[in-house]
Design a protein around this ligand. Sequence first.
Ligand code: NAD
Length: 370
Amino acid sequence: MVANKKLLMLPGDGIGPEVMAEVRRLIDWMDRRRHVSFDVTEDLVGGAAYDVHGVAITDATMEAALGADAVLFGAVGGPKWDDVGYDVRPEAGLLRLRKDLDLFANLRPAICFDALADASSLKRDLVSGLDILIVRELTGGVYFGEPRGIEDLPDGQRRGVNTQVYTTSEIHRVCRVAFDLARKRGNRVCSTEKSNVMESGVLWRQEAQRVHDEEFPDVELTHMLADNCGMQLVRNPAQFDVIVTDNLFGDMLSDVASMLTGSLGMLPSASLGPADDSGRRRALYEPVHGSAPDIAGQGKANPLAMIQSYAMMLRYSFDMAEDADLLEQAVRNALDSGCRTIDIAGSGISPISCTEMGAAIVDELDRLAA
Ligand code: NAD
């Protein structure tokens, strides 16, 4: 029996609880079939927390998040809370988690399953077998830099200001994550900035190179301007293994990459914080999609983004690569055998429900582990 792992589940709002319920099944399966136990606590976040406590996340839940080995997050928000105050709106719960856990590295894989290659906006031969990872800096850059604001000018105009700012340590730590992950994949990193027009980009390029030369000389490093990277992602995405970039460019490039793979319901993510003395990183795993109020409560949600976020948790927080591989293979097999929720069904295929997709993954796991 492997020692218990502390897991905080925050299902949230809308389809969040529906997709999280399918992860519960997998946790039970791991317990039964792989003898891996998780010490699971579940709590409220987002609108669900606001309805009970008047805030999007309580201090007690934050304490639990700080003490957990990993946080699994569903989704927050919905029209019910459109008029609540800015500080307590559902999204404030997620922002506080990111800030207080210091989640500086956001990992967004773009994996194209063969069975879904026709759902991509690109031609099948460009995306089939695609497996790239975008590592986005999440806590610095132009979204947080000072000065910022909108000011009135003496001539009657207004001026909006944001500041792009990075320090060497901020660049070093996110690049280290990218190089480290590359070693476990294709061993290639492409660092992306705008060093042709931005000093912060010049610094980014120099410091990425320095971390590479001093600590990761075995990993292949290339540099690319962010606009070219956007173009290359739609021209020939398979050329990339790991892309590391700042907050602003990462925001855009990861959304571009996500469309290569088809549906929002298929996209997982991980956000990692600094490592402590034992090497443990604070971490939060969540699907890229939101709470999908238009389909909530109807059993139509695709649970595979949440399930793959759970697989990322096994891989990155608990070093359980074998179990993560098994789960990802089960997802691949279920898709190959024709299982489709409504978002990926396409014409002529009758979709299955969220719970049926969860059950199909468990069936595939049983078959793989037999
Ligand atoms: P959304 O991701 O919730 O939904 C966009 C579209 O994709 C909808 O048509 C939805 O039905 C579909 N969709 C999303 N996930 C799906 C899934 N797993 N299976 C099947 N279909 C799926 O984005 P939105 O509509 O812009 O936002 C809805 C709410 O979610 C808003 O309140 C927004 O603020 C919030 N939101 C939260 C997060 C988060 O919690 N991280 C992220 C994005 C949006």
